[in-house]
Design a protein around this ligand. Structure first.
Ligand code: NAD
Length: 371
């Protein structure tokens, strides 16, 4: 069956959807009937999709095109107003992650989707990785033994241009509206959401305890180097230690510490390493999964907005915690100029990894810059 689709947000992450939509149109599973953006289409998108309906206002575009579903890949603080318009128009929704920048907003959109009986998938694409599915199956079957903890680590690097690309980058709020663009709540949100999902702890009340160390190397409102430790209602300890100030970036990993086996999930690479043995897997995208779910409701959504309660609780706690502390200049090094300028914390790569291995916080690891 061919579903009609509208995309809101056409550049930035939206360009990933444009590529996928091109492929799915080729297979005949979707037809892109409209594009919404507050800015004109960039040259590439205009060349390819200039013949489709375009509007700067989503509600007007939805009234004109009546699509089956809408993909919203716009800045986080626009998710609630645009998501509302989608559901009010009777369309299914694929909403980029993090779904909403506050608990109140998440509850509002969830209730609306439930009242309207519409599907709302969240774009946590790591939950569509078959490596994730295989690990979740092994854990459910008890293959890893008792799981004492899950430790996640991530070490990326961002330059000044990243924070200057848009008004919402690096913000907790913008013009009085929550944004939640911290390292834990946005770039590494996948690590938090995937760890919670592996523990079957996706509901709001599945979190029994939550501590965090929020730090930053830049003049921003949010954390860029942080460590989170949670205890879930199942008794599992989950730590997530991340930085955007690494000199040697590596892809993030979730380490599952079982009493019988150890697993590493490299969730951006569909790679599962079981007791040191690598397994490569494929993935199903959030859009493909949503289409399959609409064709056959027996196919569960990979990430129903209803399953984002625990994640949203973490996000809300991080975004409303005392402001992240600025790391002293004496622990930092600088590289590059202008928009390419980067700040590094020497040794941070080892610290985030040690956190995941020992389920320890930066302070417990005696990281000097965290003291
Ligand atoms: N799944 C992932 O791995 C991943 C990766 C990167 C970003 N994202 C998410 O994608 C979303 C977009 O991020 P981005 O960095 O591309 O943002 P962005 O600031 O680059 O904006 C994306 C597009 O949305 C448009 N836009 C802004 N406000 C709009 C509005 N009110 N109506 C219509 N269009 C509007 C912008 O003009 C732009 O073309 C965010 O939720 C972000 O967290 C997800």
């Amino acid at each position: 069956m061919t579903r009609t689709v509208v995309l809101a947000g056409t550049s930035g992450y939206g360009s990933t959807y444009l590529r996928e939509l091109t492929e799915l149109e080729g297979r005949g599973t979707v037809r892109l009937v409209g594009l919404c953006d507050v800015r004109p289409l960039d040259r590439g998108a205009a060349r390819q999709f200039g013949d489709r309906a375009f509007d700067t206002r989503l509600d007007r575009l939805l009234a004109a095109t009546s699509p089956d579903l809408v993909l919203v890949a716009t800045p986080i603080h626009t998710h609630l107003p645009l998501g509302r318009q989608v559901l009010d128009a009777g369309c299914h929704l694929l909403l980029e992650k993090p779904p909403l920048p506050s608990a109140a907003e998440w509850r509002e959109l969830l209730r609306l989707a439930q009242r309207k009986g519409l599907s709302c998938q969240v774009g946590f694409q790591g939950l569509g990785s078959h490596a994730y599915a295989r690990l979740a199956e092994l854990m459910a079957a008890g293959e890893l033994g008792r799981v004492n903890g899950i430790g996640g680590y991530g070490a990326w690097s961002r330059d000044d241009g990243y924070y200057q690309r848009s008004a919402w980058a690096g913000r907790r709020e913008l013009d009085g509206v929550p944004v939640a663009d911290g390292a834990l709540t946005n770039p590494f949100a996948h690590a938090v959401a995937t760890a919670l999902a592996l523990d079957n702890s996706t509901g709001w009340s599945d979190i029994a305890g939550l501590d965090m160390e929020l730090l930053r190397v830049r003049d921003i409102q949010v954390d860029d180097t942080s460590c989170l430790r949670m205890r879930t209602a199942h008794g599992t300890v989950i730590t997530i230690a991340v930085t955007l100030a690494a000199r040697t970036p590596t892809e993030p990993v979730l380490v599952v510490h079982g009493t019988r086996r150890r697993a590493e999930l490299h969730y951006t690479q569909d790679l599962l390493v079981l007791d040191g043995r690598p397994e490569r897997h494929g993935r199903t995208s959030p859009l493909e999964n949503l289409l399959a779910h609409l064709d056959d409701p027996q196919v569960p959504l990979q990430c129903d907005i209803a399953e984002c309660g625990a994640f949203t609780r973490v996000l809300d706690s991080v975004n409303s915690a005392p402001a992240p502390r600025l790391i002293s200049e004496r622990w930092l090094t600088h590289e590059g100029e202008g928009l390419q300028a980067r700040i590094h914390i020497p040794g941070v790569e080892q610290a985030v990894r040690a956190s995941a291995e020992q389920l320890a916080t930066f302070a417990e690891l005696d990281a000097p810059w965290a003291a």
